[in-house]
Design a protein around this ligand. Structure first.
Ligand SMILES: NC(=O)C1=CN([C@@H]2O[C@H](COP(=O)(O)OP(=O)(O)OC[C@H]3O[C@@H](n4cnc5c(N)ncnc54)[C@H](OP(=O)(O)O)[C@@H]3O)[C@@H](O)[C@H]2O)C=CC1
Ligand SMILES: O=C(O)C(=O)Cc1ccc(O)cc1
Length: 434
């Protein structure tokens, strides 16, 4: 089997956003790519890639599989079993197969079930969206059923991304990404649900102006402007995600009950104990991931910031409570962190490492009822998303997601422009090793 750029070729099955990004970058780096999407997309895809040197589009996955030395499945996570069942037996003898889906348990199970035994398995996962520059971002390799030499080959192929290589088992990958991805998304999905339920575009309200709020708003809109199946797949199919999302919903509920019960001391004790277990003593001198001047630059609001209006920050208090209850130290998960996770951890850290700000949030939660209805809706939303993931029902996930996405859709263009700027600036500050 060929193992150099000159004699090997790479197959990509599923030419959606990620598949196209891989095809583009790998062919630019000099690799020969054989790619396909669904048969009905053959002609349009062929036209789209007509001028991309090194990329040949085929009508289906059989034709890609039989001639390629490394074959990457880049399809919806929920479809992986079906698609591998369809094309797996056409895999070239001695080839290596991998997948790009965000949850590895079903992907690896599909490979084991449907691939012939003489085929090796090395999976991967780029921990960023298709529009983010892969340079410096984590890229996970899973040497599931393969020699060291074959792992090296796959690493050589993907080395032109300049990503940070991380080596994990499928199980470790899923446990960490349940936190870095599934729970992170659950929090932002819940914010959007609450804003929609209260019929408000938050940046049009005086109380939603300033640093942390900018991040909440931009990320929420970014998620709702993307494809529902990416978020549904990585939450519903990940065995570790259900439990973690459920704990997040429980933490939200418990803290909200303390707030409306006026239980100031209990609330402070619980939140500060959680904070102490997540943000260990001794970290005070370290640089914050995010700083005011960065956070403040990216506002959708045209109101002056002035002093940031107080907010109970229930979503942030609850994630720290959740991490603490699950014994998770989020910094240990930086190896599998996505840009969104680093922003999420960044704003949480920003709140918890500023005692005045944290005390202000806790006092606001007890004394100020301005946020009560938002927090009530947020609590309902966190529980509803958790139920939706636990039931494992893709269609109801889709329905919920699309209903809320529709509400925010008119604002996507301006949010995307600002959100991209924000991501770029913040990524420069928070990318691992920077
Ligand atoms: N988007 C992201 O930010 C990231 C996504 N991922 C993961 O990568 C995978 C791909 O995601 P993404 O590119 O965003 O999703 P897309 O929906 O853009 O791409 C998936 C593509 O696979 C196609 N497909 C489905 N069935 C077949 C088949 N039988 N043969 C050939 N092609 C098929 C789909 O066609 P159709 O639409 O008609 O079904 C679609 O074009 C997902 O598993 C996702 O979880 C990983 C990292 C980041
Ligand atoms: O950064 C995020 O969490 C995203 O939303 C983009 C994303 C989605 C799916 C992945 O498997 C990896 C990254």
């Amino acid at each position: 089997m060929g193992r150099t750029k000159e004699d090997a070729s790479i197959g990509i099955i599923g030419m959606g956003d990620m598949g196209k990004m891989y095809a583009q970058r790998l062919s630019d780096a000099g690799w020969r790519i054989n790619a396909c999407d669904r048969p009905e997309n053959f002609e349009s895809l062929k036209q789209e890639f007509a001028s991309q040197k090194g990329v040949t589009i085929f009508p289906n996955g059989h034709l890609v599989s039989r001639i390629s030395d490394y074959i990457l499945y880049s399809v919806e996570a929920g479809a992986i079993d079906k698609v591998v069942a369809q094309y797996g037996l056409s895999t070239k003898v001695g080839a290596i197969v991998g997948g790009q889906t965000s949850c590895k348990a079903p992907e690896l199970a599909a490979f084991e079930k449907h691939l012939p035994p003489d085929v090796e398995i090395v999976s991967c996962h780029s921990l960023h969206g298709p529009k983010v520059n892969p340079q410096g971002q984590p890229l996970v390799f899973i040497q599931h059923r393969a020699s060291d030499e074959s792992l090296k080959f796959v690493e050589t192929i993907l080395s032109s991304f300049g990503s940070k290589h991380v080596y994990l088992t499928g199980e470790m990958h899923d446990r960490i990404t349940a936190d870095t991805q599934a729970v992170t998304h659950a929090a932002f999905l819940s914010m959007g649900t609450a804003w929609q339920a209260n019929n408000q575009f938050p940046w049009e309200h005086g109380r939603w102006v300033g640093g942390i709020e900018n991040v909440k708003i931009n990320i929420t809109l970014r998620i709702y402007s993307n494809k529902w199946h990416v978020y549904a797949g990585l939450a519903i199919l990940n065995p570790a995600a259900k439990q973690q999302i459920r704990q997040y919903a429980e933490s939200v509920t418990d803290l909200y009950k303390l707030m409306i019960g006026g239980q100031r001391e209990e609330l402070k004790l619980r939140v500060k104990a959680a904070g102490a277990s997540v943000f260990r003593p001794g970290s005070e001198g370290q640089d914050l991931l995010l700083k005011d001047e960065v956070l403040d630059r990216f506002s959708l609001s045209n109101r002056p910031r002035g002093k940031a209006p107080p907010n109970s920050h229930l979503s942030l208090l609850a994630i720290v409570d959740c991490w603490s209850k699950l014994g998770i130290v989020p910094y240990d998960h930086m190896i599998c962190s996505t840009p969104l996770f680093r922003l999420w951890l960044g704003v949480t850290e920003y709140l918890f490492r500023n005692q005045d700000l944290l005390d202000e949030a806790l006092d606001t939660a007890i004394d100020d009822n301005t946020f009560r209805s938002d927090d009530l809706e947020f609590t309902f939303a966190a529980r509803a998303w958790s139920d939706c993931v636990s039931f494992g029902d893709f269609e109801s996930y889709r329905h919920r997601f699309e209903r809320i996405a529709e509400y925010f859709a008119p604002r996507f263009p301006e949010a995307a422009t600002l959100g991209n700027e924000m991501m770029k600036t913040i990524l420069e500050k928070t990318t691992p090793n920077n």
